[in-house]
Design a protein around this ligand. Structure first.
Ligand SMILES: [Zn+2]
Length: 248
């Protein structure tokens, strides 16, 4: 058991008040609603970004397909035009040749129609994929704007909390300066083990640390103890500080 001046013991309650406030501020800092929301948005952004990437690949593939289909149609059209020019020029005089060319022109016409059909199909798919890509891109821009707003909000709250923390630390320093080293060490150790509370007042025969009443046998021990005896709660082992309202 360590001994300490009763004024030093009382001062421990002031230190505890500052420490509780600091702990609360640290908790607030780590649990701002913006932090959880930003984490959720980051996940959502990854999902949307993946969808946008898939759509972009689809658009690129379909664009290549479309260029190829265009070239195919163009090639057959050129051939049909050449045939037509040959017929119209009157160069082909042999009726068999003429018939063959006319036959080919009919089949080229059919081929053009079929190629144009698949060209149209590709264009429709491309339009649909481009629409999805545009929607995802817009969604990403919207998400980024929300993230920027929330980040700014979070940083502003952090700056406020950090200022309060700095003020609390500045308040704590002069309080602990005068405390005996062994008392402060004991307090810090218990505070560390007991959820941030190392010292508690006895208020109306109750430990303010664990809120349990002190039994009669223990009260008798406390009453007999010298004022400089550093008391500990039997239930929660925190340092018990006697005040004018302890009811002893
Ligand atoms: Zn207790």
């Amino acid at each position: 058991m360590i001994k300490a001046d009763p004024f030093a013991q009382l001062k421990l309650l002031d230190v505890q008040a500052v420490d509780s406030r600091l702990a609360q501020l640290h908790h607030q800092r780590a649990s701002l609603p913006q932090i959880a929301e930003l984490a959720r948005l980051a996940e959502e952004r990854t999902t949307v970004d993946n969808r946008a990437r898939d759509a972009r690949i689809e658009v690129e593939d379909l664009s290549t397909e479309q260029r190829k289909a265009d070239a195919d149609v163009e090639q057959v059209r050129t051939r049909r035009t050449r045939d037509q020019q040959r017929v119209e020029s009157g160069q082909v005089t042999n009726p068999k040749d003429l018939e063959r060319i006319q036959h080919e022109m009919v089949s080229l016409e059919r081929r053009i129609a079929s190629l144009e059909d698949s060209e149209l199909e590709i264009m429709e798919k491309l339009e649909e994929a481009q629409g999805r890509l545009d929607a995802h891109t817009a969604e990403l821009a919207e998400l980024d704007a929300t993230v920027a707003t929330l980040t700014a909000e979070r940083d502003a709250r952090w700056a406020e909390i950090d200022a309060e923390l700095a003020a609390g630390e500045a308040e704590r320093a002069p309080l602990t300066d005068d405390l005996p080293a062994d008392l402060l060490a004991l307090y810090d150790k218990i505070r560390d083990q007991r959820g941030g509370v190392g010292a508690a007042a006895i208020h109306r025969r109750e430990c303010q640390g664990c809120r349990l009443s002190i039994d009669n046998a223990e009260l008798a021990v406390i009453r007999k103890a010298g004022v400089d005896t550093v008391l500990r709660c039997e239930e929660c082992s925190r340092i018990l500080v006697r005040t004018g309202e302890s009811g002893l």
